[in-house]
Write a protein that binds this ligand. Structure first.
Ligand code: NDP
Ligand code: HEM
Length: 490
């Protein structure tokens, strides 16, 4: 084997004449249009970007595997979960939400927890966050929520005023904002946070019995967070702290892992549960539905090329394998189209043929052609039905996962209220019963600092009187005091 580096070539493989000099007419003469290699190099350069994800832009990721550790066949027929000890290759992409590429990893934000399982029955994508709940419960409000976290139309600056205006006018956000304003809003690293499906999904076993489920990926590194001061200091020290931390841990073979624990609700429980179990702003209390360990995810391989394998990765909420389906959670249903749509926009209609997105099983269908088509099935018929041996769906074996609904008028309305539906009960429980005194002190400090950065007085007052005091009167009083506002009426 020669130690010589390979000769530079054009993209067509033709040996290139120079890495340094453009073709010119003499040393002082013009650069010639006939310099095919220069033309190709510059033309390719200006096309180096694909559109960013619309949010969750800054992220990182790694490959690894998922291993089943408990028998779950009583709940799902998903093939990749059908045997204890079975391993499935996977990709994880961890991200922050609101900032662009280059934004500080340590800033207060929710973190994305997107997983792709390359199963024998196709790709299963689970697109969750490091929080068990979300800011809104109806997809109609989602773009408005994201706009409020991003930049102002005139100044191009981010605005805490805009964030608090949206949150305090959307009381359903109180649970998620309580978690975001706690130290869990500034995780020490992606390795030190949990991941949650947040949403509820459907599992169906081989006999057709159905269950509602929530996924909890518990970090085996232990939860660790930064304080607000540490997170802000990290801005100046290392913008890419989380991306670097994950890469370096895997490079030194300190492979991060998460234990998958499930909450499983019998199908029939949902209708009469005391609050709507499909409302994404609520958790299922663990005393009602304890978490059951069923598997383990390990990340043990860094990407070889960040752009090809992490930037171009496309996760799709609608990628669910037999045995797994959506639920009446409106936020899941509202996401079923958006993710594939985004990948088509970002990397084109054949995005699933990119190596990082390609399933490990064979693909057979009647989609054809389109930009950058790579995979083909030779002379397979291009229409169904056909007489020439084209692929056939099996409607008996692969029925759509489903649930029953009463005859209903088509309308725009809130969920039907269950007995205990309330936006403030669960964040109040978190504040009073789960957080330690130190957690509570940090929460107050973090909220007060955040509300002090350019938030108008009337929005501060609304945050105290109509939001935090309803989460907990003591919390509201403490925030009012530290902001110099009147004590809210009890
Ligand atoms: P539990 O006491 O059974 O569960 C509380 C859970 O809260 C813990 O298991 C832990 O879950 C999580 N937790 C612990 N410390 C913190 C913290 N400082 N900030 C945020 N979460 C923390 O009670 P319930 O199940 O009745 O839940 C009570 C409240 O706990 C909920 O209203 C919700 O705010 C919060 N919570 C509940 C979860 C659930 O799925 N039931 C999950 C996470 C939070 P973990 O190991 O996932 O961190
Ligand atoms: C990314 C839409 C709610 C978690 C994205 C992307 C879109 C999108 C279009 C970019 C996808 C891509 O280009 O690959 C929506 C819509 C929502 C919604 C329309 C509500 C109606 C949520 C919720 C969660 C979530 C509730 C978490 C529970 C994520 C994550 C990513 C993402 C983690 C980044 C995925 C990655 O790493 O590539 N979302 N989203 N989203 N979304 Fe959502």
């Amino acid at each position: 084997m020669s130690n010589e580096p390979p000769n530079t070539t054009t993209d067509a493989g033709i040996p290139a004449p120079s890495d340094e000099y453009a073709l010119t007419a003499g040393p002082a003469g013009p650069v010639l249009l006939q310099d095919a290699y220069l033309n190709e190099k510059l033309a390719h350069f200006v096309r180096e970007r694909v559109p960013d994800r619309v949010y969750h832009v800054k992220g990182g990721g790694a490959f690894g595997y998922f291993e089943v550790t408990a028998d779950v066949t009583q709940w799902t027929k998903a093939a990749f979960l059908n045997e204890v000890g079975k391993r499935t290759p996977m990709l994880a992409r961890l991200s922050s939400v609101a900032g662009e590429e280059g934004y500080p990893d340590s800033d207060r934000d929710v973190r994305g927890f997107a997983l792709k399982f390359y199963t024998e029955e196709g790709n299963y994508d689970l697109v969750g966050n490091n929080t068990p709940v979300f800011f809104v419960r109806d997809p109609m409000k989602f773009p408005d929520f994201i706009h409020s976290q991003e930049r102002m139309p005139d100044t191009g600056l981010r605005s805490n005023n805009m964030q608090w205006d949206f949150w305090t006018l959307s009381p359903e956000s109180a649970h998620q904002v309580t978690i975001l304003m706690s130290d869990r809003g500034t995780p020490r690293s992606w390795r030190h946070m949990n991941g949650y499906s947040s949403s509820t999904y459907l599992w169906e076993n081989a006999a057709g019995k159905k269950f509602w489920v929530k996924y909890h990926f518990k970090t085996e590194q232990g939860i660790q967070n930064m304080t607000d001061a540490e997170a802000r200091a990290m801005r100046a020290e290392d913008l890419d702290y989380h991306r670097r931390d994950l890469w370096e841990a895997i490079a030194r073979q300190d492979y991060p892992s998460w234990r998958l624990e499930m909450q499983i609700m019998p199908f029939e429980d949902a209708a009469d549960y005391r609050f709507n179990p499909f409302d994404l702003t609520k958790v299922w209390p663990q005393k009602d539905y304890p978490t059951i360990p069923i598997g383990r995810m390990v990340l043990d391989r860094n990407p070889e090329n960040f752009f090809a394998q992490i930037v171009q990765a496309g996760f799709e909420v609608s990628n669910m394998v037999p045995g797994i389906g959506p639920s009446p959670d409106r936020m899941v249903l509202g996401r079923m189209f958006a993710y594939g749509d985004s990948s088509r926009y970002r990397t084109g209609p054949n995005y699933d043929q990119l190596p990082v997105n390609r399933p490990i099983n064979e693909v057979h269908n009647y989609n054809k052609d389109g930009p950058m088509r790579y995979r083909h099935n030779g002379n397979q018929p291009v229409y169904a039905p056909n007489s020439y041996g084209g692929p056939r769906a099996d409607p008996q074996r692969y029925r759509d996962p489903s649930w029953f609904m009463e005859a209903a008028e088509i309308m725009r309305t809130a969920y039907v209220a269950h007995k205990d539906d309330n936006d403030f009960i669960q964040p109040g429980t978190l504040y009073r019963q789960v957080m330690s005194p130190t957690d509570r002190d940090h929460l107050v400090g973090n909220i007060v600092w955040h509300l002090s950065q350019g938030v108008e007085r009337f929005i501060q007052e609304r945050a105290v009187n109509d939001y935090w005091s309803k989460v907990d009167p003591d919390l509201g009083t403490r925030i009012a005091h530290d902001l110099g506002l009147a004590t809210p009426p009890r």
